[in-house]
Design a protein around this ligand. Structure first.
Ligand code: ADQ
Length: 439
């Protein structure tokens, strides 16, 4: 069986400290979910950060973690607190993430963050060199590792390297703001196959290559880079459809669903589920729900918004501020519109187990998914797949990559509150047993 070496910032499992030892749990987020649905055609080896600083583990705990991870074909790259601060919380999440999601005013340009990013990519390269065998396919993931394809190519010129970006690739007008744009483009071009979720991102990338590196693509995203042929294309990421579509039949999910049904009675349910991230438009969405209740008081007592936010990047100040803003807004909306026996917004700040997630998807009449920008958005796909009875309406932001695939959803501009209000009303007025999509 061929080996597939997956290299991503996070391993598929995260390590946490318990007493003197360590425990493992699945990593949260879209990349982990997406890759979990990969076909089993390849033996998978995973290289990534295990989610804990090397300083938090004693030598014995670290050895134990490495041993147990190796049993799962996972090989960790450890970083100190300072490296995580500058590389992950710094360059990745204060520079690339905001810029690539069209938030230039949140973007920081710090040399020390960039230097840490380069060092971290070199550390990943060393780990790959230790693990890789001839004929391995090396598949590098996401914005944390954009220098890695070129680093590996220099050491292993015959390696077969793929690179996939899980977030949007922005228009050149945004990308050109980066002082390190040449190095990043050159880094990605070390791969033989470069993938994005949508054709728009492919277009933006090709335009940046042309303007920065002067390389024009031949037909169909084929480029000649030095003496190599590089292919760039769109590969929209999917989910494990069977896993979601069959999940609600399982007894644990049924139990969750009937407990939830008992609590909501005959109220209509709207769900909003995301990592807590400013790119997901959660504040704007809640403001739209607030406006909906003000303009449609007949729905008071009849509809509940279940707002589930999974903690994310809690070391970054912008994310802590967002949490405070969101919790204060939830309080205001509930205080202003709530009635005895009816709370308009049920807010949860936590990760939930798979069975509850599936029960929530099944319970909901409407999924309100309105990111300001999103590479793809797997939650919209999970909602569609998990609906055992084909009942429900998806309201989806046109700024999510998924909008170019889920054409039957009600699409909205996530900044246009009036349009979201209209979409909520339309979705709630649909007869309760219709096909999944709007039409
Ligand atoms: P994310 O930004 O993490 O992914 P998304 O694609 O929606 O966004 O995936 C989130 C995942 O986390 C889903 O699988 C969902 O089930 C899970 N999840 C969310 N809230 C949860 C909760 N409270 N409890 C448990 N699980 C929860 C990044 C990009 C996306 C891109 C993916 C994959 O930002 O645009 O779709 O990678 O490429």
């Amino acid at each position: 069986m061929s080996r597939l070496l997956i290299v991503s910032n996070r391993l598929s499992v995260s390590v946490a400290k318990r007493g003197e030892g360590v425990v493992f749990r699945p990593s949260a987020g879209g990349l982990a979910t997406g890759l979990a649905s990969l076909s089993k055609l390849y033996e998978r080896i995973w290289i990534g950060w295990p989610g804990i600083s090397s300083e938090k583990l004693s030598t014995a705990a670290r050895d134990q973690a490495c041993r147990k991870l190796a049993e799962r074909n996972c090989y960790p790259v450890f970083f100190s607190d300072k490296q995580i601060d500058d590389y992950y919380d710094g360059f990745c999440n204060k520079t690339i993430w905001p810029l690539f999601h069209y938030f230039p005013l949140r973007t920081m340009y710090e040399d020390r963050h960039w230097n840490a990013y380069k060092k971290a990519n070199e550390a990943f390269c060393e780990a790959v060199l230790k693990t890789a065998q001839a004929d391995d396919l090396i598949w590098i993931h996401d914005y944390q590792l954009m220098l890695l394809p070129q680093l590996i190519l220099q050491k292993l010129p015959t390696a077969q390297i793929g690179f996939f970006l899980h977030i949007p690739f922005p228009s050149f007008e945004l990308f050109r703001l980066l002082p390190w744009r040449n190095e990043l483009i050159n880094g990605i071009l070390g791969a033989d196959l470069i993938g994005f979720h949508t054709y728009d991102y492919v277009r933006h990338f090709l335009s940046s290559i042309c303007r920065i590196a002067g390389i024009e693509h031949h037909t169909l995203g084929r480029l000649t880079v030095g003496n190599r042929l590089v292919k760039v294309d769109a590969f929209p990421m999917g989910i494990d459809y069977q896993k979601y579509s069959q999940a609600v039949q399982k007894p644990e999910a049924q139990k969750e669903l009937s407990a939830l049904r008992d609590q909501v009675g005959d109220r209509k349910i709207i769900i909003s589920i995301d990592r807590l991230d400013y790119s997901k438009g959660i504040i704007q969405r809640l403001e739209a729900f607030d406006l909906f209740l003000s303009q449609n008081p007949q729905y008071k007592g009849k509809v509940t918004l279940i707002l589930l936010a999974v903690p994310s990047r809690t070391n970054v100040e912008d994310y802590r501020v967002l949490r405070r803003q969101l919790e204060s807004l939830v309080g205001r909306v509930n205080g202003e519109h709530g009635l005895l026996g009816w709370v308009p917004v049920w807010y949860f700040y936590r990760e939930v187990p798979f069975e509850r997630l599936v029960a929530l998807y099944n319970l909901a009449d409407v999924a309100l998914i309105t990111p300001l920008r999103d590479g793809m958005n797997l939650i919209s796909k999970e909602f569609v797949a998990a609906k055992a009875d084909g009942r429900g309406v998806l309201i989806l932001s046109e700024m999510a990559g998924a909008a170019s695939e889920l054409g039957e959803a009600i699409t909205v501009n996530a900044h246009n509150k009036g349009e979201i209000v209209k979409a909520i009303k339309e979705a709630l007025q649909k007869p309760s047993r219709v096909s999944l999509f709007a039409n």
